[in-house]
Design a protein around this ligand. Structure first.
Ligand code: MIG
Length: 667
């Protein structure tokens, strides 16, 4: 059952697609008490709190606080309160089990036993919101009901399930050719290469540098012939430059975000001085969405939307504040420590500053609204613009699309990546922990920068991370400017990488089928053990293993220099140690085991009464190339219990489809 209680006068976020009757009476809050600041629930001692999508720390969120305010912060250290997404859905699981969704795109704080160990306090900055309470038959049913009201998740083209390589940046055609050749020569399958900001001319959206990609259309064809998709980045900010059509049109038609006086609001991001398209305005959205055509016309069929929190490097206001400090100081004497410190602070505060967000205004269906109140809708609507545009540009065809910033509702249009992580072992675990919480919020096409974006990776870290990435729908290796080259073929013994990445292609029939199932049945593809084994107390303590789909469990290695790890089996399972063209199988009893995990293997566990379909590498590659639409029985090997049943979901991999269009084979 879903209840919706309204406070104030909320904006229409589009998160929920079902019509649900509004209850005005706060007495309907049931579990919660309305406090001066927000809403309070007194947690039972054993209550766990799950959810919040892309957020820091544990799968069980209890014991810390989190702030929903989409933030470009490339250093995800443990104390961080906000990341790139804002996903206000949680489930409290204890004596009572129920879900809560706060539909409010401004800043919302979730204090989950931080100030007071037994209090869950939800504190919205603006009290204009819809408060949803969802009750049901157990935790999975609550997720299903929530997913149902927020609408069906995005399905990318099947090729987007292949292994993908990114770097900031491959500077020109030859750099990309070198990467593709490197993979070819080492026999490691590869499906896509990304184009980061340097493919553009002066960081201008929807341009391609003539110098770096002189024959772009031909180049796209050359890559397509090798079954390599090129995926360019699109940034939120539009460069201010006379003669640049995107800027001129946007300015002329009034499609940019405004300041208080109604002038175009100016910030600085990669292109220098920029304007932000007003994605909250449906006309501006339509206009921007159709711009993607400049690239699809050249054969492009995938995009990633970046910097759409939106990220701001500085504004004139910030620069003036810095100058004021310098001016106040005598120019002849030594600079005082106080001034120096203040200066340091001010420089730190230049980027993504609250005052700047508070100075921006949108035109939402004729209503002028301050940015701060709807901050978390910005990246969502940039991506919605792209998705709608691409629907028009490529009717009936799926396009790969994912975004950095997001809000619930965007899951219908695209996927996300988890932003700028680091080549740290702890970030493998953080990657794992966000998967189920994001699934709860409808985000299914998800993944992190494998190998780590910032810092220098190592061969071992990358291999271990890939062994988790084998299971995430978006499997993309990405690294930042200035870091060590991170493509798999740069390291010694490339055959180890070949072995691990090939497992992804071998598992594709299962992973793709479970993906479709999760979309159409409103299921989570990644589940914490505690969601699946409700009676098993031990499972509530396991935060480094997940159930993937319905039939397997994963337990990735996230520690350096180990030959394996401890794994808890809540039931007897078949341990599969997979490699490129085969696997070893071993039956394990329920309980704790030390399991060997060689660096060049992918280890996972098939549940007691289950079996899964896997294929040989070639076949998996063909699925990604969309050259195969039906899996022949002879191509499939089943792992697990032969007499178990499995429903194999399949489609042609590229058309926009509905549930009726897909094939379900019960085996
Ligand atoms: O300010 O385009 O998260 O994936 O490589 C950095 C350059 C801008 C941030 C993205 C990252 C991308 C980078 N971008």
């Amino acid at each position: 059952m879903v209840r919706k209680i309204r406070f104030g006068n909320p904006v229409h976020t589009g998160a929920v697609v079902n019509e649900i009757a509004v209850m005005e009476n706060e007495g309907n809050l049931k579990f919660f008490e309305k406090t001066e600041q927000g809403f309070c629930y007194t947690m039972g001692e054993k209550d766990a709190v799950y959810g919040l999508g892309e957020a820091n720390r544990g799968i069980n969120k209890r014991g810390y606080k989190y702030i929903s305010y989409c933030t470009d912060d490339p250093s995800h250290t443990e104390e961080k309160l906000s990341l790139y997404g804002a996903h206000n859905f949680i489930i409290i699981d204890g004596d009572c089990t129920f879900g809560v969704f706060i539909d409010n795109p401004g800043r919302v704080t979730f204090d989950v036993g931080y100030e007071k160990i037994n209090e869950l306090n939800i504190i919205p900055e603006y009290m204009d919101l819809d408060f949803y309470i969802i009750e049901g038959e157990g935790i999975k049913d609550i997720v299903r009901q929530f997913r149902k009201i927020i609408g069906q998740s995005y399905i990318p083209p099947r090729w987007a399930f292949g292994y993908q390589q990114c770097r900031w940046s491959y500077m020109n055609e030859d750099a990309i050719r070198e990467v593709v050749k490197g993979y070819e020569d080492s026999g490691i399958p590869l499906t896509a290469v990304y184009m980061d900001i340097d493919y553009m001319e002066a960081y201008k959206d929807f341009t391609v540098s003539d110098e770096r990609f002189p024959d772009f259309e031909d180049f796209v064809k050359e890559m397509k012939a090798k079954n390599i998709h090129l995926v360019p980045i699109i940034d939120a900010g539009v460069k201010i430059e006379q003669g640049y059509d995107v800027y001129e049109e946007g300015a002329e038609r009034g499609y940019f975000v405004k300041d208080q006086e109604g002038r175009d609001y100016v910030t600085a991001v990669w292109p220098g001085l920029t304007c932000f398209p007003d994605f909250l305005n449906p006309e501006a959205r339509h206009w921007f969405g159709l711009k993607y055509k400049t690239l699809t016309d050249k054969g492009i069929d995938g995009f990633w939307n970046d910097m759409n929190e939106p990220a701001i490097f500085y504004t004139q206001r910030g620069i003036d504040a810095v100058r004021d400090i310098l001016k106040s100081e005598s120019q002849t004497e030594e600079i005082s420590i106080d001034t120096l410190m203040e200066l340091k602070w001010k420089l730190n505060e230049l980027a993504n500053n609250d005052s700047d967000y508070k100075a921006m205004y949108h035109n939402m269906d004729g209503q002028i609204i301050n940015h701060d109140r709807i901050h978390n809708l910005y990246g969502y609507n940039m991506t919605k613009a792209a998705a709608k545009g691409l629907e028009e540009i490529r009717p009936g065809e799926r396009t790969l699309l994912f975004s950095r910033s997001s809000y619930i509702g965007m899951h219908r249009y695209a996927g996300i990546w988890m932003g700028d992580n680091q080549a740290w072992w702890s970030h493998i675990l953080l990657n794992l922990k966000m998967l189920p919480s994001l699934n709860m919020c409808g985000f299914l096409y998800i993944g992190a920068d494998i190998g780590g974006f910032g810092s220098n990776t190592t061969r071992e870290l990358l291999l271990r991370w890939l062994a988790l990435g084998v299971f995430t729908p978006l499997m993309r290796n990405h690294a930042a400017l200035g870091t060590r080259l991170q493509e798999c073929f740069r390291f010694e013994h490339t055959e180890d990488f070949k072995s691990v990445i090939s497992c992804r292609y071998r598992l594709l029939p299962y992973l793709y089928s479970e993906y479709l199932k999760s979309v159409y049945e409103n299921e989570m593809m990644f589940k914490p053990l505690s969601f699946e084994y409700r009676e098993d107390e031990m499972c509530r303590n396991v935060e480094d293993q997940l159930i993937v789909g319905n039939e397997i469990m994963i337990a990735p290695v996230y520690t350096q220099n180990v030959t394996g790890r401890y794994v808890y089996l809540p039931e007897p399972m078949v341990m599969v140690t997979m490699y490129e063209n085969g696997e070893e199988i071993k039956l394990l009893e329920k309980g704790i085991h030390f399991v060997p995990v060689p660096l060049n293997r992918v280890v996972f566990f098939v549940r007691e009464n289950a079996k899964i379909p896997v294929v040989c590498t070639d076949y998996g590659k063909k699925l990604c190339d969309n050259t195969e639409t039906v899996i022949e029985g002879s191509e499939i090997t089943w792992l697990g219990k032969p007499e178990a049943e499995y429903s194999l979901y399949m489609d042609n991999g590229h058309s926009v489809n509905q549930k009726d269009d897909i094939s379900v084979m019960n085996v």
